[in-house]
Design a binder for this molecule. Structure first.
Ligand code: ADP
Ligand code: MG
Length: 702
């Protein structure tokens, strides 16, 4: 990258060593390049003003125009504030200053028209603006060089250090002054720029911060979004091409004894059509002589595990070993148990390898794997450790994951000369755009049908004030012989909030649901693995009928008799997490319920999440809603989701079309020039290497 981008931010006018530290800590901005790639999240049209009577708390930054009608000092000398009433034709609001009172008091005049820029907030049922920017309307117009003012996200800590969106704007502007004269190398081929009418990189980077008008802004945004998505697609598709051409794959030519016996004699129910279709897809893939790389999506309880097991039987029928990797120890154990129960009658041995497997057991297992005595292995991350080596690994299944990236999957392939087939299963349905971005190198199968006889879960929202109604409902369900889960966001009392926590819950629930009629299991992340397991097993066996837990139960328990899931402080959870938790019930034949408990005051996003949950059980719909709600770069909120994808400008919830264009262009280029060897494409090769220089070693993969 050019040295301009590498320059240290602290030498930039308006920054200095103090601010440089804050910017590095809070936003990871250390260089000019980092700063210029820190894009505005919104633009304020400086020619437009909001009527005062339309202001509300959810608007963010706004601009209003009007006059001061009266002003006063309020409070005693120690807690003084200055309040100026500001009015337009539609109404008036107080502008409030706690600091710099003397200066602002002297500066403001009656009978002058002002423009005010700030964030409306609510105080005592009254909308006001605290510490706004205020300037004379005449001056505001005179210097309206840039009509669209960029707004930048800032964190709480930055605000405390007086680094606001305006500060970032000013810093960006001093960079802009220097940027004008710098040489910025282009990062997309000229042919592509021409074809899609995109501006050069330098123009785009200037215009995205300081656009002359809407048209320039949109072109700049399009180019930057396109580029961001295009390189991800190019990387993934290139990888897919390399893999397909590489060493080929194992051929699973027959459906033999184990698969057939299991299917005909041991399966007590009919497979759903979706399960049959996916098994057919897997059969076809594994019979081509090329490596399978497939993503299997299906809602919780849709029967993915069964498909996984039957695929492993297929591998076994063809003389191959297979393994299934789960993200947590608890889940690995549960799979292990399911597999043992179902495969023991067929005389198939199953191994379990996790971080807590005893060394002696482990060593024996490793020897058995290396010598092909053990055919089916279940485990956690421990499986991708280097010491584990198989003799005939034919199929790898990765369950319930968001956390394994391309590079980690690649780690599995190098274990054998011919790479095993890979099936990635996820229970959190992923919108198409996201799937393409995270797993663009995979083919996708979907189980979009639940096993028959399941009743859709009913989801109910209660405010905390309705707790007694909720208790009454639990009592009624428990009397019917059902079991219930109650999930808390925290284990212990938090320091600075009134969130519900598990320890308090255990006390309250024990009092409201006393023995001998009721009995309680507790599971949380601070317990020892053995205690957790014991507690879970009591609940699974029905010895206890109430399970109080934190989100550790999110993945990993299957208790068909449990019919109620209560989630405390549901407003604190992300949509995908709520959906996962809800998926713990509705596994049996009984009507199941999910009760979302929340505080009385909800943010508008939280309200939307709760509403989405109440309205739909469809994982794909929820995933789409989730993606739309969680915009990119939301550093002020805490992100719940485990999906790690760092996009600086593109928004997968909104930019579907750009994504499709980017993918199509990447496909076209790779079809014409699979190794990116043409002179025009040298720039592409260089960019992929630069962008993912830390992520993987192309040599190892190809
Ligand atoms: P997932 O892994 O997708 O969450 P599972 O494979 O664990 O789902 O299936 C959930 C439950 O449904 C299991 O108890 C499983 O035995 C059962 N099941 C799976 N497929 C069917 C089917 N076709 N008909 C009836 N029950 C099924
Ligand atoms: Mg599962």
């Amino acid at each position: 990258m050019s040295s301009f981008f590498d320059s240290d931010i602290k030498y930039l006018k308006g920054v200095g060593p103090q601010r440089a530290l804050v910017l590095a800590d809070e936003l990871g901005i250390k260089t000019y390049g980092d700063l210029i790639y820190y894009f505005p999240y919104r633009y304020l049209d400086r020619t437009r003003f909001h009527p005062i009577n339309t202001l509300n708390e959810d608007m963010g930054w706004v601009q209003i125009k009007g006059r001061i009608t009266k002003s006063e000092l309020v409070g005693d000398s120690r807690h003084q504030r200055f309040v100026a009433w500001f009015a337009d034709e539609t109404g008036s609001i107080p502008l409030v200053w706690f600091q710099g009172i003397k200066w602002i008091k002297d500066k403001l005049q009656r009978d002058v028209e002002y423009v005010v820029f700030g964030r409306p907030s609510e105080f005592n049922h009254q909308i006001n603006i605290v510490h706004p920017d205020i300037e004379e309307a005449a001056k505001h117009q005179a210097k309206a060089e840039f009509v669209l003012q960029p707004l930048y996200n800032t964190s709480e800590k930055m605000k405390n250090r007086q680094i606001t969106t305006k500060t970032i704007y000013q810093i960006q502007f001093s960079l802009y002054e220097q940027f004008k004269n710098a040489t910025i190398p282009e990062t997309l081929p000229k042919s592509l720029l021409d074809k899609l009418n995109m501006p050069p990189l330098k123009t785009a980077l200037q215009d995205v911060h300081f656009p002359k008008d809407q048209y320039d802004l949109q072109r700049a945004q399009f180019r930057l979004k396109f580029e961001e998505l295009f390189y991800i697609q190019l990387k993934l598709l290139r990888l897919k091409g390399i893999k397909a051409r590489a060493n080929g794959g194992h051929r699973f030519a027959t459906v033999g004894h184990y698969f057939n016996t299991f299917y005909k004699q041991h399966l007590t129910f009919e497979l759903t059509n979706a399960q049959k279709r996916v098994l057919r897809e897997i059969r076809q893939d594994t019979n081509t002589g090329l490596q399978m790389n497939r993503l299997l999506q299906g809602d919780v309880g849709s029967g993915k595990t069964l498909v996984a097991m039957m695929s492993m039987l297929l591998a076994l029928d063809n003389g191959f070993q297979s393994c299934l990797m789960a993200p947590t120890e608890i889940l690995a154990q549960q799979h292990y148990k399911t597999f043992c129960d179902m495969l023991a009658p067929l005389g198939i041995e199953v191994g379990l390898l996790t971080g807590s497997t005893k060394p002696s057991v482990r060593n024996q297992m490793l020897a058995d794997l290396a010598e092909n005595r053990l055919k089916i292995l279940i485990g956690t991350h421990a499986l991708i450790e280097d010491r584990v080596s198989f003799s005939h690994l034919g199929l790898v299944i990765i369950d319930e994951q968001h956390r394994f990236g391309v590079a980690q999957r690649a780690k599995l392939w190098s274990k054998n000369y011919i790479p095993p087939h890979v099936l990635v299963m996820t229970a959190t349905p992923i919108p198409r755009t996201l799937a393409m971005t995270l797993y663009g190198d995979l083919d996708v199968s979907v189980i979009d049908e639940l096993p028959p006889g399941r009743k859709p879960i009913k989801t109910i929202h209660y405010y905390d004030s309705n707790r007694l109604t909720m208790f009454a409902f639990l009592r009624q369900q428990l009397q019917l012989g059902r079991q219930v889960y109650i999930v808390y966001p925290l284990i212990s009392e938090p320091e600075a909030s009134d969130l519900k926590y598990l320890e308090d819950g255990v006390e309250g629930i024990s009092r409201a649901f006393p023995p001998p009629q009721y009995s309680i299991s507790v599971v949380h992340g601070r317990m020892k693995a053995a205690d957790k397991e014991l507690s879970m097993s009591y609940f699974a066996k029905g010895i206890t009928n109430i399970m109080i837990a934190t989100t550790v139960i999110e993945v990993g328990v299957n208790v068909p008799n449990a019919s109620v899931m209560v989630i405390e402080n549901a407003e604190r959870f992300g949509l995908s997490q709520l959906h996962q938790l809800r998926g713990r019930v509705g596994r049996g034949a009984d009507q199941s319920y999910c009760i979302l408990m929340t505080g009385n005051k909800l943010t508008s996003d939280a309200r939307k999440r709760i509403q989405t949950m109440v309205e739909t059980n469809d994982g794909f719909e929820i995933a789409e809603a989730d993606l739309k709600l969680r915009g990119p770069g939301d550093i002020e909120g805490t992100q719940q989701s485990g999906i790690a994808i760092d996009l600086k400008i593109a928004d997968l919830g909104k930019d579907n079309q750009i994504l499709m264009m980017a993918r199509n262009e990447a496909i076209r280029i790779l079809e014409e020039d699979p190794n990116l060897e043409d002179r025009d494409n040298a720039i592409l090769n260089a960019e992929i290497k630069r962008r993912w220089r830390y992520e993987f070693d192309w040599g190892q993969i190809s």
